[in-house]
Design a protein around this ligand. Structure first.
Ligand code: SF4
Length: 350
């Protein structure tokens, strides 16, 4: 008999996390939202976002009925916005094709946008307590170490092996608890650096521990040269001190969020504003540069504050543009470096 799930579940009863907000009043919908939020984000960061999201959009139907702008505003600050767009798209598909009912199998769930095999497994296991396996980042680390599987866990052959091991250990009973336990072990004991092996419930059979390989397993991702891009962001200020924001296309970075107009570094802002927006700039001031890191590249932002003459303020009329007063709370989703720039205007009294 496989001791792994038994040891893990009895450890979870005593030491696991039982008071996370998504563990209360659990529904397939709340499990789905929490799992998607947790995909690339730490538990402590997710908690306030999850509470606010569930308060505003408590059901699949309410999510489907919301405007994408509202969903993105609730997500603003959590990053990886494709997750929010996919949640919204999936909720609309469920309402349209399934009367708002939630699928109950891994296969059906994986047909929805933004739900991969591990997220689908977590939903089936946690929401329905049905046998299904998971393999998120924490679980990859635990299983790689427990079985001393060498190599980068996202390499195709290594990942395939880890999926096999995850399936082998998944019990038929108490699947929800087992799944939570496995996630908790990775998050609180089998840590990336300095795992707390003494406290670990499965330490007696952990091969990495026996061979003292905890710090070399899992293997690291092969390094690629990091790319970087430079852009100039314009903070266009009208005579009422409002800043022009424009909505980005739904594709690409910060898709669907509001942001600042962008031009190439070195391009003449006076010419650009006149040609693109029909606006006349009366003064310009260089602001402090900032960097923003994405998974695959760094964005070097060169912000420029430009002021308009009185007449120009009337001239921006477009569905996807709005004038925003930085002294007021923002009602639309904005990219986080843009929020930082808007705040800096306030604090410097520009
Ligand atoms: S014994 Fe250590 S390395 Fe092995 S699973 Fe437990 S915490 Fe991780």
């Amino acid at each position: 008999m496989d001791k792994f799930p038994i040891q893990l579940i009895s450890w979870f009863e005593k030491f696991g996390r039982h008071d996370l907000p998504w563990q209360k009043n659990r529904t397939p919908y709340s499990v789905w939202v929490s799992e998607v939020m947790l995909q690339q984000t730490q538990v402590a960061t997710v908690i306030p976002f999850f509470k606010r999201f569930m308060r505003e959009l408590p059901t699949v139907k309410s999510l489907a009925a919301a405007e994408l702008d509202e969903v993105l505003a609730l997500w603003a600050g959590l990053g990886y916005y494709a997750r929010a767009r996919n949640l919204h798209k999936a909720a609309n598909l469920l309402v349209k094709d399934n009367n708002g009912h939630f699928p109950q199998t891994v296969k059906e769930l994986m047909e929805l946008p933004g739900i991969g095999r591990s997220t689908a497994g977590a939903i089936v296991a946690i929401a329905y307590n049905q046998q299904a396996s998971i393999l998120d980042g924490n679980v990859k680390r635990v299983l790689s170490r427990y079985h001393a599987v060498e190599g980068w866990p996202d390499k195709t052959d290594v990942k395939k092996k880890l999926w096999g091991l995850s399936e082998k250990h998944t019990p038929t009973d108490r699947v929800a608890e087992f799944t939570q336990a496995l996630m908790d072990l990775g998050a609180t004991v089998c840590l990336r650096t300095n795992p707390r092996c003494i406290e670990c419930p499965v330490n007696s059979h952990c091969v990495a521990r026996q061979k003292n390989l905890q710090n070399t397993i899992p293997g690291k991702k092969p390094k690629k040269k990091r790319l970087s891009r430079k852009i100039c962001m314009l903070l266009i200020e009208d005579v009422h001190k409002r800043i022009l924001l424009e909505k980005r296309s739904t594709n690409g970075i910060w898709g669907g969020l509001y942001s600042l107009p962008e031009l190439s570094v070195g391009q003449d802002p006076v010419e650009w504003c006149k040609k693109t927006l029909g606006l006349k700039i009366t003064s310009q001031k260089v602001m402090q540069k900032m960097n923003h890191s994405f998974t695959h590249f760094d964005l070097n932002i060169h912000p420029l504050l430009v002021r308009l003459d009185d007449v120009s303020c009337q001239m921006v009329d477009h569905d996807d543009r709005l004038w925003y007063n930085p002294a007021e709370d923002i009602q639309v989703g904005v990219a986080s470096p843009v929020a930082t720039l808007l705040k800096s205007l306030q604090s410097t009294g520009e």
